[in-house]
Every structure is written in structure tokens, then in C-alpha cells.
Design a protein around this ligand. Sequence first.
Ligand code: PLP
Ligand code: ZN
Length: 503
Amino acid sequence: MKIPDFPQDIQDYLLPTPGGDLGYECLRCGERFSPDRLLYVCPSCGGLLLLEDRAAGRLSEKPGSFWRKLFDYRLLLNDQALKGVFAFHEFLAPLIPLEDIVYLGEGHTPAVAAPPALEAEVGAPFYVKLDGLNPSASFKDRGMAAALSHLKYLLRTQNLESMMAVCASTGDTSAAAALYGASLGGKIKSAVLLPKGLVTPQQLSQPLGAGARVFELPGVFDDAMKVVERLSEDYQVALLNSKNPWRILGQESYAFEVARQFDYETDNLVLFAPVGNAGNITAILGGLLKFYARKLIAKLPKVVAVQSERANPVFLYYNEPPQSRVYRPVTVGLSVAQAAMIGDPVSFPRLQKLAEIYLREGGGDAFAAIQVTEEEIMEATLQANRRGLTVCTQGGESLAGFKAYTREGKLAPGEVGVLDSTAHALKFMEFQNAYFASKLKEDYGVTSKEEYINAPRSLESLGTKIPSAQSPLNPEERARYAKAAARRIAATLGLAPAGKAGT
Ligand SMILES: *Cc1c(COP(=O)(O)O)cnc(C)c1O
Ligand SMILES: [Zn+2]
């Protein structure tokens, strides 16, 4: 739609003017730094940083209804820069001019209602937000769009030739970083660090395909993270882990979208998200708080962090009464929710801060953490797929969390779950295949149930000549083969012979 075709009162606002007063703020000492720098920790005290807009008060000059209307209409505007997460420009990273915005098709993923059969099995209504439908097939693209837009902005405004960008990853961060880096031509060179053997073949092929330098490191993600932290502190590189606060800003778009997709009526929603490094959950809380502060939503929905009992530092922390909470990293065990298999979440201090505000603003049960077993994760993943929703194992973790929450009687009447399926199911199919082959017992403690197992059948010894790609059949041979094969398949499926017309 073209600008003159929009309602008059919003025409002037469809294209945002860069503004605001963004700055890095240290979570530990409170010092503030210019956004024109590349910072991942506080130069004064080493604390973690968040990007805060000190001029956000200007957003209250318009009523919440104005912003709701603007964001709805903006989706109809055909401007590439505003087609993705930057549709929420004023609330996201208002500093970035439209010319620097990197858009590869991310954001605005569907929130799909559970098919009735699945809802009936689970026993409560819910939606799944399919964040695997992002360009590199995970929610990480939301954050990468913001982080790479910031890098593009720095390259242009500081006249830099090129930059080396690095990250450590459980698989999806590196896929997203390599893809978004590649979109800037030679200006961004990417290097990614992966824990060897702990990313899926699909996740390994993604950064290779995008031309990144890929390093396979021994140990688990937490070890690789330490290496990348050293790199970013000792050398001139841009860090694309969620330590980079620009990524958190981009990932807040998930929360904005959920609000919009439920017509900003968030009262009865309960959001479930799998937690690894705690970047996503921090962003979800942060985004919801922003919309609440500017009255786009009247009530904060509940948010539940879900963890596997094999990688559960966030659960262990929030499971204690507030006065006796002590943060302790854990040593992870192998988890089918491999992308969330993190024992010492980098963003924990951010989560702590945001959750505290969230609980204060939203009430004592507005934020909670829950843990689930590996078996529950696998079965929820398979169950969703059996009923029409393709979720990754981390999406299965969200569903397992929702089921546990419901089972424990925590879901109030009228409440509806919104479950984050953080990546595409196809990235994690090796866990399904291993389940079908009953191979998850030893390493993951998961026993395969007969009802979920499935396997292809081949047609052999049909008593006719069999076709192959090298030696095709002649027409009579093919007719005989087709008849014999159809008879065999029909017998297996128990098909009745075709009747007369109309039966
Ligand atoms: C990264 C990732 C997570 C965990 O998100 P954090 O921000 O690290 O907590 C969950 N699921 C998938 C598919 C991921 O790629
Ligand atoms: Zn500091």
C-alpha cells in the first residue's frame, strides 16, 4: 500500500524518523556509554550491558491506541526496512536509520492455534508461535537483524572497511550470524565456534554454506563461550553472541508480535519459552514491559521459562523462595533440547533484573520457571508433530512445560498458552530418528514408546521384475509390477477393493 492510501492521521508516522536516546547501561555499576561503540561488557567494571532509551518517555506523548494502530498499518507498507522486526522501530532500536536496516525476511512468524485434536489431548487451549519460519530457521534471526543493522550503521558512519564478527553457538546463533553477515557482502567476515558433535548436521552445514570460518571446539557450549569471550576482549572483533545487547533488542520483537497477534489483549495469556543462555526470555520480558509502560497492553501476561532438568540453572534459582535464591551454574547433561543445553547462562544477570521488575509490575506469579524431563520433551515434540504442528525439540520443551504447568494446576480457567517453538523442526530431526531407532536411552535417558515409533517399509520379493533407476521396465513389466506392488500395499493398509461408482 502507498502512503497516501493510509488513514491521514498516521501517514506522517509510517516512516519513522531515527531518534531516541539509546545508550549502553551497565547492569552492575550503572555507567552509561555511547551506542556508537562496540561494547559487550562494561569498560569500567566488566558488568553486562543493556541498551536503554533514555528518551522513551516521548513514546507516551501518543496514547497506546495510536501505536497499536500504527504498527498494524505499518505491516501493509511495502518498505523493506520495515518489513521485519524494525516494524517496531520506535520501540526497538530507534537510533538506526532506515538505510542501515538489514532485512532478510525475519519476524512476523505465525501464532497457530493448536489443532482441536492436540488441544483435547493436552487438555488446555494453546497457540504455538512458529519461530522456525525465520530465514535461518530460528528466532536468532530477530536478534541478528538488529545486531547486523548496528554493525552496518557503524561501518558506514565510521568509514570502516570491514569487520570480523565472531560467536560461539549451540548451532542456531552461528547459522544466523553467518547468514546475516554474508548479506553485507565482504564487509563482514564471520567466524563461528561450535562445540564439536553437539550441533546437528543441518546446523553445521548452515554457516559453512554461508561462507563463514567454522571452528569445532572440544567440550560443551559453556567452554566455547569462554573462548569467544577471550577473543572479544583481547582482539578487534565484533561479538554476535547474546552478550551483544543489540541482539536482545531485536529479539524483543517476539513479544511485540505476540501482543499484536492477540489484538493487544494479553490478560489471559501465559507465554512459554525454552531457556538456554537466557537471552530470549530476557528479551520477551523486556519487550512486554516496554509495551506495558506505553499502554499498548493493559496487563502483563504471565511468562514461564522452561528448562530441561539436565540444564536447569534458571529453574533451580527461581524454584527457591525469593530470600534464599543463590545463582549457581550447573554442569549440563546431554539434552535433546540441545540448543538450550547451557549450564551458565550469559544473560542471567539481565534475566534477574528484568524478572524482578516484571514480578513487581505484574504480580507474584507473572514470571515463573519450570523444569521438564528429557522424555517429556521428546514426547511433546513427537505429539505435536503427530497432530499437525511441526515443532523443534526446544518447541517440544515449551509444550512439555505447558503440559507440566497445566498438570500442576497452575493454568487458571480462561488462560491460554502461547508456546515458543524457537527453531524449525527439520534442524533437529536427528533426535526423532534416534528416538525411532530406540537410541536415546544411553545418552539422553529417553525410552522410546512403541506408539510414537515409525519407520519406512520397503517392497521386496513381489514375484515380479522390479524397476530400478538403472534398468527401467518395459510397459508390460511395469504393469505387472504395479499390480503386485499395489496389492501388497493394499494388504498392509487393509484396503477394501474399489466398489462401483459412488461407493
Ligand atoms: C538459542 C536457542 C534457544 C535458547 O535461547 P537463549 O536465548 O539462549 O535462552 C532455544 N531454542 C533454540 C532453537 C535456540 O536456537
Ligand atoms: Zn559497569
